[in-house]
Design a protein around this ligand. Structure first.
Ligand code: FES
Ligand code: FES
Length: 157
């Protein structure tokens, strides 16, 4: 066990955790942030993606000890509590979710992608860069449309 301190969705958290605890387990089981999903445990599906210091990471592959002192944002932290984040608005407007299991990971990945490019994205760029996120409902067409639209909302306003 070791004491780990980090910021999660703007809140400072400090807990004693097992050395082998994954960040995904910590978020879901210790903090109750169950919007981060675990779909494979083998680093393939991307359902567990969160932002660590602004970079999208698969939280099923990171030890919480390695996220010590970092700033983590999960899907629960996207909205400011009053307004939805542009990526959330775009997913609703473009019907980019079906069962919703992949949605949090898709949105967190997309936020990193849009922030990195800081301009309107093309559908081809989105398809290429989102290859680490799988949707078992296969709703890729609308997901791509939503991410392009969010890049417009975030960089053309
Ligand atoms: S649960 Fe992490 S990539 Fe699938
Ligand atoms: S919406 Fe069901 S897995 Fe993507």
């Amino acid at each position: 066990m070791s004491m780990v301190g980090l910021e999660v969705n703007g809140r400072l958290v400090s807990k004693d955790v097992p050395d082998n605890m994954l960040l995904a387990e910590f978020l879901r089981d210790s903090l109750g942030l169950t919007g981060t999903h675990v779909g494979c445990d083998t680093t393939q599906c991307g359902c567990c993606i969160v932002l660590v210091d602004g970079v999208s990471v698969k939280s099923c592959t990171v030890l919480v000890a390695n996220a010590k002192d970092s700033r983590v944002v999960t899907v629960e932290g996207l909205s400011d509590g009053v307004h939805l984040h542009p990526i959330q608005e775009a997913f609703i407007e473009h019907h980019a979710l079906q069962c919703g299991f992949c949605t949090s990971g898709m949105m967190m990945s997309a936020v990193d992608l849009i922030n990195r490019h800081a301009r309107v994205l093309t559908p081809e760029e989105v398809r290429s860069e989102m290859e680490g996120n799988l949707c078992r409902c296969t709703g890729y067409h609308n997901i791509v449309k939503a991410i392009v639209a969010a890049s417009e909302k975030m960089h053309v306003r």
